[in-house]
Every structure is written in C-alpha cells, then in structure tokens.
Design a protein around this ligand. Structure first.
Ligand code: GLY
Ligand code: MN
Ligand code: MN
Length: 442
C-alpha cells in the first residue's frame, strides 16, 4: 500500500540529513560511531513510583518514540541506524508498545528484554550521548557526551528538516485547538485549574505529555512569568486571562501564549497593542537576521507602547536608554524551538562550541545566533506590572519616569504576553501559530 501521510514521505530524508550531519560531527570530533540512550525511569526517593519519563532529545531526533526507557540508537556512518528497543517482560506495568509505523523502515530493529543487552551492539570507538548510567564504563565507549560532538549536533538542530517543520505544524494545530477550548472555559467562568483541564482534554495530552507546565493565570497572576499554580478558586472579578501552553507532535513542541481581557478596557487596548507589536517582530524572522536585533527592536517597540499608553512620562528613546523598558519587559524576546521548548544551541557562536553570551543588560535572551533558513523561533514580547521590578525602579531612580496612576489602574490585570512560533524562510516568515489558529477556526 502506498503511504498517504506526508510525514512518512518526509521521514527518510530527515534521517538522511541527520545521518549526514552526524557523519560530519563524528569525523570532526574523532569518533567512528555514536550510541544514543533514550534515558531511564527515575524512581522517587523512598518510593516505588517513577517520575514521568522524558526521552533524550537526541534520541527523539532519530526515532519518533517518546516512551522508550532503556532503549538505544546505534549509528555507524554508512550503515542503517539500529534501534535497540527495550521491551521488558513485566506483568506489573504495560511494557512500551513495539515500535510500528512507516518510519521504522529506516531502522534495523533489535528488541531488548534488558537494557544491558544493548552492550553487544556497541561499535568500536563509539561516543555515547545521553544520561550517564551505572556500569557504562564497561561498555567500551570512547567518550560519554563529548562536547566536541554535542556542540556540532546542537548547532545543527537549529535549522529544521521539512519533516521536522511538518511535525511542528501539527503540534501548533493541537496547541491552537486547546487554546480555543481554554478561552471558552475562561469565558464560562472556569478557575485556572478547570481551564487547565479543558486545555488537556482539547489537546489530547496528559499532563506529562505537555512540553512544559501550563501557565494559566487569571488577573494579577499574569504578572508572574512562569505562574503554574492552577488556582482552584473562582475569583469574583475576572479581569484578565494569560495562557502560555504548548503541545507536542512526535516529540516536537509548540509554545503559544495568548492574553485576553474579560471586557473592553484600557487593558484590552494594551493587549491589542502588544499583539500588533508582536506581529511586527514576527516579520523580522528571516534568514540572515541576528536574533538579538529582534530583541532590541522589541525594546524600541515596547518603549513606544509605554509612551502611547501613558505608562511612562519620558520619551521612547529615554525609556530604552535608561533601561526602563526592562522594568515592563524583563525577559528575552524568544528562543529556538524544536524537540525541546527551549531548544539547545541558542548561545553558540559556531558549531565547534564557541560561546555567544547574551548582550550586556539582557541576561535572559536565550538566542544570540544569526537566523538560518528553517530555524524555528518563538517571538514573545510582553508588558507586565511586576511589583518587585517596579519597586526596584522606584529605588534606582527610573521610577521618576513612570506614570504611577496608569500603573495602578493596570496592575490588577497582571500583564500581557503574546507568543507565536515562527520559521525563518527565504521567502518570508512562516507563522506556525497564526496559521494554526486560522486552520482550526470554526
Ligand atoms: N513557555 C515558556 C516560554 O515561553 O519560554
Ligand atoms: Mn517561549
Ligand atoms: Mn511560552
């Protein structure tokens, strides 16, 4: 039967690209093969239950299986990769299902009853990538997580293959559908916890399958950047709703934030302004652009917004120059996205592992690289009313340029963040998130 899922047609090329990258990286780092461990189950202290399993992203890059504790991939340049899949004999737990699907045609499959059986498949002069494990010193690895190999693979993971982009599009659609369900729940008066449940149901994910813990905040909670409390109460006054929540498809994540006002208000106007500002930034996601330029543009745009909404009394230029914008927008404008929600390699200067740290005064910028075709980044500007930072501004003198009356009016709404996932392409940015919302509209 000919395959009909476009992903299945794209997967062999993805594996070929990964193999070519790995061949080069192994050659440069001085190894003849690589063994990639998926990871292991972790039992809690003094307990017989395990934390949810999270597969090594290097493992997921090769094989789209997420539940694979004790499994390995063995790759020798010029040969088909071998998937050593751990399927224990266990009558207490359901063993991971045998791998199946068109993608499996790209692998030789070996079933393991015990992870140690993978030892027989370790080739000479192989580097091991993954979580270190007891006894691995007897497996004959030439090195464990050698930086020279990791840095090259991390660098290459920045630009996604067509297969990976297809996975990211599907993740974005799951996320968009779930965001709609969450908004419906908010409008119906649900608590943060109930909104979370509505999100899970619509995304089809368990909590452990989410790429990161849902940030679902009503009112002032929106001022806490990573607010994950999931309050059970139903506040009498429902002013604002910020949701930063993702989904995943075959291990590839989306990372989406929306902020909603309960009613027409100056806060709703602020949300609209941040949304417009965010779209301007998304337009900048193009090959050749140094990502910090987008971050600096975000500060300029936020400064203009602060003037427009009468949050500051100085000029936009002054708000940037004094760092006042960082009081209201204290995080980076975004990051690489892929197999991890904060994908690796954002601070690399080159494939050999040189470091490109964030610019002075912007310690939380997670990406300092120049964009390449196929790179996927988030764009997530925000404007928040954070007591800690406002108090600091009061103390260090920047507060004299803040319009405290407007801040007092808007602080009960917490803050605004709008976040989209965008692909840098020569023909122009592809906004995975906006496309997904459009495709899933009723
Ligand atoms: N959801 C985490 C982030 O936006 O980076
Ligand atoms: Mn993000
Ligand atoms: Mn996010």
């Amino acid at each position: 039967m000919p395959t009909t899922d476009p992903l299945d047609r794209l997967f062999p090329d993805h594996v070929a690209t990964l193999a070519a990258t790995t061949d080069q990286a192994l050659g440069a780092a001085g190894f003849d093969a690589v063994v990639i461990g998926a990871g292991f189950a972790h039992y809690r202290f003094l307990d017989d239950s395990a934390d949810p399993f999270t597969a090594n992203p290097h493992f997921k890059a090769w094989a789209p299986i997420l539940n694979a504790p004790g499994s390995f991939i063995v790759y020798v340049p010029g040969r088909r990769p071998t998937l050593c899949f751990h399927q224990p004999e266990d009558y207490w737990h359901k063993p991971p299902a045998s791998p199946s699907g068109d993608w499996l045609k790209s692998f030789d499959l070996k079933l393991l009853r015990n992870p140690a059986q993978a030892r027989a498949h370790v080739p000479p002069r192989a580097a091991y990538l993954g979580e270190p494990f007891a006894g691995s010193e007897d497996w004959g690895f030439a090195a464990v997580n050698p930086p020279a190999l990791l840095s090259r693979l991390h660098w290459a993971r920045g630009a996604k293959s067509p297969y990976e982009l297809a996975c990211l599009r599907r993740a974005a659609r799951s996320g968009a559908r779930a965001h709609r369900a969450a908004l419906t729940a908010f409008r119906a008066g649900a608590s943060e916890y109930e909104i979370h449940l509505a999100y899970l149901e619509a995304s089809g994910h368990t909590e452990a399958e989410l790429p990161y813990s849902n940030i679902i905040a009503l009112n002032e909670g929106a001022a806490i950047l990573h607010y994950t409390d999931l309050g059970r109460e139903h506040p009498l006054a429902r002013r604002s709703f910020l949701i930063d929540a993702g989904a995943q498809f075959r291990g590839y994540a989306c990372d989406i934030t929306r902020t909603h006002a309960a009613a027409a208000s100056p806060f709703q106007d602020l949300v609209a302004s941040v949304d417009a500002l965010e779209l301007r930034l998304c337009e900048m996601v193009r090959p050749g652009v140094a990502y910090p330029e987008i971050h600096f543009a975000a500060h300029r745009f936020v400064a203009e917004l602060l003037v427009e909404h009468a949050l500051v009394t100085c000029t936009a230029d002054a708000a940037v120059a004094t760092g006042l914008t960082s009081v209201f927008f204290p995080h980076g404008v975004g990051h690489l996205l892929g197999l991890q929600v904060h994908d690796v390699g954002g601070h690399q200067a080159d494939e050999a592992g040189g470091s490109a740290p964030p610019p002075a005064g912007h310690p939380y910028l997670r990406l300092t690289r120049r964009l390449e075709p196929g790179m996927v980044v988030t764009i997530e500007p925000g404007v928040y009313f954070i007591d800690l930072l406002l108090d600091r501004a009061k103390q260090d003198g920047r507060g004299q340029d803040i319009n405290w009356d407007t801040v007092a009016d808007l602080a009960p709404y917490g803050g605004v963040r709008i976040e989209d996932d965008v692909v840098a392409l020569a023909e122009g940015p592809e906004n995975l998130t906006r496309d997904a919302f459009a495709a899933t509209a009723d």
